[in-house]
Ligand binder design. Structure first.
Ligand SMILES: *Cc1c(COP(=O)(O)O)cnc(C)c1O
Length: 401
């Protein structure tokens, strides 16, 4: 096998891109470089390491000639970074020690004191907190757009708006934002755009292709896929990404450890097949819930009553395994009871792993693009278990309320 690689297909990227057995005694898996330091042959090599040598295959897209220190780059994590950059159609990606480390780094890379950000209410709640509570210390202010149309964002722009932060689909109510429309608006005003793509993964959506500047992921979710790591990643084109690497990456230093980098690559190798199975089972369950007499509404793109069908068609190639639904005429107590009755669904916040999960929560009406009343939702992650086992479990839980 050679180091030449020209496939643009996700399955082949996941299987092979970035791996180079010849560099590692023929080892088919890049070994875990569990070391902080890489030593050089000479002082000249050491001091000349950051003179770019035009070889994009070098560490950090050729930012340096050789690996020197794991806070900067590590050959094990580099494999995951190469695969993720290619999957998202970006030039460079950088892994972080959690999704929030990636999100906070990406956001900070676009802002200075006194700037203004526009986002939507439905973003992941720690990202919401970071934007509203934490960044206010630095004089950064935030506005919320309803999020259904581009005009909602345009109305919120101010002369000092420097960032539009998106999450599409969002991870509780699955609301989408018009990525190409918002990216075009932002570009015309020299505003940066970031999109959290954890729900769809690059297998089902590629925000950079719609003109978004940076994509962020909680790699803890589908990219890792086995509920055994906490990781994050930022992806974009080279120039913008080199700033993220040099500043927020190196200076804040929330690097992914090599073992987690190795597990992340292992997860990515099966990403397309895992997602195909999550998707197939979730579509089955979503349609059965939609037909169920106790269910008022199913929140999952592409349902027959999808209010954002135009965005689903334009932006998503497929649908992952996270959906929510609303019970007919039932309160939070009934929703808790349903979740507590489930046998195969763990009760917990995370998702994107092999296993099914459930939780119930009251959701504020402002989370919806069209702004509605508060409602009680049950969120399910449909794992890789047998789908009929999962459905029987759900039916028994419905019977229990
Ligand atoms: C979990 C999650 C995050 C945060 O990721 P961590 O790895 O837990 O820091 C960010 N965005 C979304 C949509 C998530 O679900």
């Amino acid at each position: 096998m050679s180091t030449r690689f020209d496939s643009r297909n996700a399955e082949t990227i996941c299987a092979h891109l970035g791996d180079d057995p010849a560099q590692h005694n023929g080892a088919v898996i890049t070994p875990i470089y569990q070391n902080s330091l890489f030593v050089m042959e000479t002082m000249e090599e050491l001091v000349g390491n950051y003179i770019p040598d035009q070889d994009n295959n070098g560490p950090v897209g050729g930012m340096m000639r050789k690996f020197d220190y794991t806070r900067t780059a590590n050959p094990t994590t580099d494999v995951a970074e190469k695969k993720i950059a290619a999957l998202e159609n970006g030039e460079l990606s950088r892994c972080f020690s959690s999704g929030m480390a990636a999100i906070s780094a990406a956001i900070m890379s676009t802002l200075s004191a006194g700037d203004h950000v526009v986002t939507v209410h439905s973003v992941y709640s720690p990202a919401h907190h970071f934007l509203t509570e934490y960044l206010s210390r630095y004089g950064i202010s935030v506005s919320f757009a309803a999020g259904g149309n581009v005009e909602d964002f345009e109305r919120e722009l101010k002369p000092n708006t420097r960032l539009i932060y998106l999450e599409s689909p969002s991870s509780f109510v699955m609301e989408q934002q018009d990525l190409s429309g918002i990216a075009a608006l932002a570009r015309s005003r020299d505003i940066a755009t970031i999109c959290d793509n954890s729900w769809a993964t690059p297998i089902y959506q590629r925000p950079l292709d719609f003109g978004i500047d940076l994509v962020v992921h909680s790699a803890t979710k589908y990219l890792g896929g086995h509920s055994d790591i906490v990781a994050g990643v930022v992806v974009g084109q080279r120039e913008r990404m080199l700033k993220v690497v040099r500043n927020e990456g190196l200076l804040l230093g929330a690097v992914l450890d090599p073992f987690s980098g190795w597990l992340l690559t292992r997860g990515i190798r099966t990403l397309p097949v895992r997602l195909a199975q999550h998707s197939k089972s979730t579509e089955t369950i979503a349609h059965r819930l939609y037909e169920h007499r106790d269910v008022a509404r199913v929140y999952y793109p592409g349902m027959p009553d999808d209010r954002q069908a135009h965005l689903t068609k334009k932006q998503l190639f497929g649908r992952s395994g996270l959906l929510s639904f609303e019970l007919k005429d039932k309160d939070l107590t009934a929703a808790y009871k349903l979740v507590n009755s489930l046998q195969y669904f763990g009760i917990g916040y995370s998702w994107g792993g092999f296993e099914s999960l459930a939780l119930a929560r009251r959701v504020g009406g402002e989370m919806f693009a069209s702004s509605e009343a508060d409602r009680v939702l049950i969120r399910l992650h449909i794992g890789l278990e047998n789908v009929e086992d999962l459905w029987q479990d759900l039916e028994a839980a419905f019977a229990a309320i």
